[in-house]
Design a protein around this ligand. Structure first.
Ligand code: SF4
Ligand code: SF4
Length: 655
């Protein structure tokens, strides 16, 4: 008999035949419950509860509590459930009522209270119920930020029953991503470290052994320069992180930063690795692909051994998608959930498989794009195809739109004469393909002596070298547009360009004379070509060094203007506090090593041909970096971009 039929018979007996027996009420209530009509079920359970024949008060109150919980009247639910809990009940009811109380507290987002009851349930359950309740417990631990406990529980379930493999893996992934996310990275953070610290302290009050939060709190203290707090925190709590290699190393590393150690027992947490210089295209400004370099196998093995300790690794080429082993390594690395992977690619060789891998594993992807139209792109990225790029970007976008993901997509733009006057178009392009971040970098091209083609490229493209006031004005105007559009689209921008903020009068003048500037861009290119042709006898075009553009402005004028304003990063008033030599290494395209890619190429700390990463980590040059920073003596050591604070806060700590 169907439940509906059964219910109508029971209701007939109750209403028409006035059969007001306890057993009939109970049957009606149960049947309503089975068909999920909780309001009516509750009505009949309440009648049963008051019935003179009621000989099963605890069971009925438990059911009433359960229904109140299901209809989100949690306080009412708890009223009934606690009456049951405080009665003389058997073990089976005890487990059931504890589970209901826990569920009511979960509904109220009171995870701390929920835990008390849920832990009892798990301890006293067996079989399928044990597994289901353990999954709920893991979720509550997660909500309470007790990630390690949650992961321990999931491990136990995983070992017990493969039926729950998929679900436990799903929760594990969420937890492992959250563990890392609890410290703000480059994105989605408003810079309020005070609030962050208060939040971490609150969690530690409830859960003093929370290893992850201890690490994040020490990191936040160090970001603020509150070194004594980190030292005290570490000394009081170091024993609390025992199992997790990653957090153990991170906590020690933050302590070593705070205590200004120059020889470290902790291992690097951040690596930028050039795997090979091989490339599928030949960008006009590329210096990397001109020399041969393959990361030696033993160094690669050393990096693999560091995986459990790393929080970030950035893979770079050449073109890494050319390397036959890269895909497998990316897969292997995704096992380390605390390790954020990022990769830089020209994206010409991307395919569905690699895109799936990137999106599903939240790999941070940086694509180098120096032109957002076919003509510019292909004239800079020689051998690259603009159609291929946009097709691959579309494939990436489709995949990102299809599945939930947290991948970050960045764009690197090398600014040169070929593209400086259309930089604002890059922001529209970035918006179209859902980029999160754009970094505009100044062309930094050092021609090889006696290589004419190099000298020509330098002359053609390195307009920063010319310091032509009009070109600089065009660039500054473009960067103003970039800033406006990026704000509108919510895209983050870092500008490492020497530009200046134009006054309102300058902007008006620029806009009024738009056609003059357009013409100037064209004419300047022609002029440079002529000059090159003359100088290197590339053809017989007559040279005219005093070539006037128009309106009497001569392009030979090289006034020295200080274009150092920071229009995007806006860090002028911030103090620099760089911790990178304590946790980071850049393994560069010629085997040389520096703490970070921002550090000067001339201030290397070692070479991978001669020594291992481990040897370099604490060698005299690394100690020298650390000592200089401890003494706040950046000027003879550090790059202009850092000293002039053109870098986003996340990179250096600018307070
Ligand atoms: S894609 Fe990168 S490595 Fe390849 S040529 Fe261009 S800049 Fe050089
Ligand atoms: S150049 Fe100096 S400030 Fe910049 S990343 Fe390197 S060590 Fe830090």
């Amino acid at each position: 008999m169907s439940k509906e039929k059964k219910l109508s018979n029971l209701l007939y007996r109750f209403y028409e035949k006035k059969e007001n027996k306890f057993s009939v009420l109970l049957e009606i209530a149960k049947t309503y419950f089975d068909i999920c009509d909780y309001e009516n079920s509750l009505k009949f359970y309440l009648l049963a509860a008051d019935h003179k024949e009621n000989n099963n008060k605890e069971f009925i109150f438990l059911e009433i509590g359960k229904i109140y919980r299901l209809i989100e009247k949690n306080d009412k639910a708890l009223e009934y459930l606690f009456i049951v809990k405080n009665s003389n009940i058997n073990n089976e009811i005890k487990v059931a009522v504890n589970l209901e109380i826990a569920n009511a507290y979960i509904n109220k987002n009171n995870f701390k209270e929920a835990l008390k009851y849920l832990e009892y349930v798990v301890k006293n359950s067996v079989g399928e119920q044990l597994i289901i309740c353990s999954i709920i417990l893991a979720k509550v631990y997660r909500s309470n930020h007790q990630y390690e406990k949650a992961l321990d529980i999931l491990d136990t379930i995983y070992d017990k029953d493969s039926k729950y493999k998929e679900e436990t893996n799903k929760i594990r992934n969420i937890i492992e991503n959250e563990m890392y996310d609890r410290f703000p990275g480059n994105y989605n953070f408003n810079g309020n470290y005070q609030d962050l610290i208060a939040n971490y302290k609150k969690i530690l009050k409830d859960d003093p052994s929370n290893g992850q939060v201890l690490c994040f709190l020490s990191q936040a203290y160090n970001y603020m320069g509150l070194y004594d707090c980190t030292i005290e925190l570490y000394e009081k709590n170091r024993e609390k992180i025992t199992k997790n290699k990653f957090f153990k190393n991170k906590f020690l590393n933050e302590y070593e930063i705070a205590s200004k150690k120059t020889i470290l027992s902790s291992k690097p947490r951040n690596l930028m690795v050039v795997l090979s210089n091989k490339c599928n295209i030949r960008c006009i400004m590329c210096m990397t692909s001109r020399s041969k370099w393959e990361l030696p196998k033993d160094r690669l093995n050393e990096i693999i051994e560091l995986f459990p300790y790393l929080e970030r690794v950035m893979w770079q080429g050449g073109e890494i998608l050319l390397l036959p082993y890269f895909k497998d390594m990316l897969k292997q690395t995704t096992k380390y959930k605390n390790l954020r992977q990022s990769m830089i690619s020209n994206f010409q060789l991307a395919n569905e498989e690699i895109i799936n891998l990137i999106v599903t594993n939240n790999v941070e992807l940086t694509i180098s794009i120096d032109g957002v139209c076919k003509e510019t792109y292909e004239s800079i990225r020689v051998g690259g195809s603009f159609e291929k790029l946009t097709n691959n970007l579309q494939m990436l976008l489709d995949k990102r739109n299809k599945i939930e993901n947290k991948m970050i997509l960045n764009m690197n733009v090398v600014v040169m004469r070929e593209n400086y006057y259309k930089l604002s178009d890059f922001v529209d392009f970035a918006y179209k393909y859902k980029f999160d971040f754009i970094c505009f970098m100044q062309l930094d091209f050092v021609p090889k002596d006696n290589v004419i083609s190099d000298v020509v490229i330098k002359k053609q493209q390195d307009f920063f070298n010319d310091k032509d006031e009009i070109e600089m004005k065009i660039l500054s105007y473009q960067m103003m547009l970039v800033e406006q559009k990026a704000k509108k689209y919510g895209i983050r921008v870092e500008s490492r360009l020497k530009t200046k903020r134009l006054s309102e009068i300058e902007i008006k003048e620029y806009e009024d004379k738009g056609s003059f500037y357009k013409q100037y861009i064209k004419n300047k290119k022609i002029y440079i070509e002529k000059e090159i042709n003359e100088q290197y006898n590339i053809n017989d075009t007559k040279r005219n060094l005093n070539y006037n553009i128009q309106n009497g402005i001569t392009i030979d004028s090289k006034e020295s203007i200080d274009y150092n304003s920071k229009i995007i990063c806006n860090n002028e008033n911030k103090n620099m506090l760089c911790h990178l030599p304590w946790y980071s290494l850049t393994l560069d395209f010629d085997g040389s090593v520096r703490p970070d890619c921002q550090c000067s190429i001339l201030k290397n700390v070692g070479h991978l041909k001669d020594c291992s990463i481990n040897e370099i980590w604490n060698n005299t040059q690394m100690q020298y970096y650390r000592k200089k920073i401890i003494n706040n003596d950046y000027k003879d050591l550090c790059s202009d971009n850092c000293i002039k604070k053109r870098i986003v806060n996340f990179h250096l700590k600018l307070l």
